[in-house]
Design a protein around this ligand. Structure first.
Ligand code: NAD
Length: 254
């Protein structure tokens, strides 16, 4: 039992829940938040040992309540995964709605702020910790028709580099994982949006997501959990400020 205290935002489904289950299987304690109250209730039912809180990462009052609860119960934190993000709208910038743009950048980038601010305060005081942010291959390439998502995910890369420099002297590591296309519900929604925006059949888009990678492969949630567990292990004790793609090596995005 490693017994690390691991906090994951957007942890009630998708990648966040997959990470939570893998850390829990290592014997770690878990605290998750999610904007979906029903999904949180389901996690609570299946994992009564998790701290599971209904909170939107962009809502300061909700996040303050969640983070205060975690601090009360644990008195500190070892690993924080700022994982929450939404796909946002698909379309040329001239056709995008400002509200949809703001929501996308808001969840993907502003949402990381409240989580990282709290993690930095707690970890600096305890002189240890690891923050893992989630960007995307969209944070490594230009991504036509997904401008708010790409802008936000490049922002996460900048935040990672900067926080690694601000916190390194306090023995806090900060890294970023860039998933490629991950099998699951979220990518099915992205494919449907992109197909509607371009008129390209979904199956052609699905094939294109694989064709642009060297390994010609989709990514699984377990592939991402493997990287997060490596980062949280002693083997990664000198790994900080890194932008780690888990994507089968994306060669280009069309
Ligand atoms: P998902 O769409 O499956 O959503 C997972 C959870 O996020 C849901 O339970 C949802 O309620 C929650 N959530 C959404 N907005 C929230 C908010 N404002 N506050 C709190 N919770 C919120 O997403 P996912 O596929 O698990 O993606 C997780 C992260 O990985 C995101 O940052 C995403 O951008 C990134 N990512 C995903 C993929 C992919 O292919 N799925 C690829 C690259 C990067």
């Amino acid at each position: 039992m490693s017994g690390r205290r691991v906090l994951i935002t957007a942890g009630a489904s998708g990648i966040g829940l997959g990470l939570a289950k893998r850390f829990a299987a290592e014997g770690d304690q878990l605290a998750i938040c999610d904007a979906d109250g029903d999904a949180i209730a389901q996690v609570k039912a299946g994992h009564p040992d998790f701290i599971a809180h209904h909170a939107d990462v962009t809502d300061e009052a909700q996040m303050d309540a969640f983070l205060a609860q975690v601090e009360d119960v644990w008195g500190g934190v070892d690993v924080v995964c700022a994982n929450a993000g939404i796909g946002g709208p698909a379309g040329r910038i001239e056709d995008l709605d400002y509200g949809a743009w703001r929501d996308c950048v808001g969840v993907n980038l502003f949402g990381a702020f409240l989580t990282c601010r709290w993690a930095a305060r707690v970890m600096r005081a305890q002189k240890s910790g690891l923050i893992i942010l989630t960007s995307s291959t969209a944070g490594l390439f230009g991504y036509p028709l997904r401008s708010p998502y790409a802008a936000a995910k490049w922002g996460i890369v900048g935040l990672t580099k900067t926080l690694a420099m601000e916190l390194g002297g306090a023995n806090v590591r900060v890294n970023c994982i860039c998933p490629g296309a991950v099998e699951g519900d979220r990518m099915e929604r992205v494919l449907a949006n992109e197909s509607a925006a371009t008129g390209t059949p979904i199956e052609d888009l699905r094939a294109a997501y694989v064709d642009c990678t060297s390994l010609k492969s989709w990514v699984s949630v377990d592939d991402l959990a493997d990287m997060a567990l490596f980062l949280a292990s002693p083997a990664a004790s000198k790994v900080s400020g890194q932008i780690l793609a888990v994507d089968g090596h994306t060669e280009s995005i069309n």
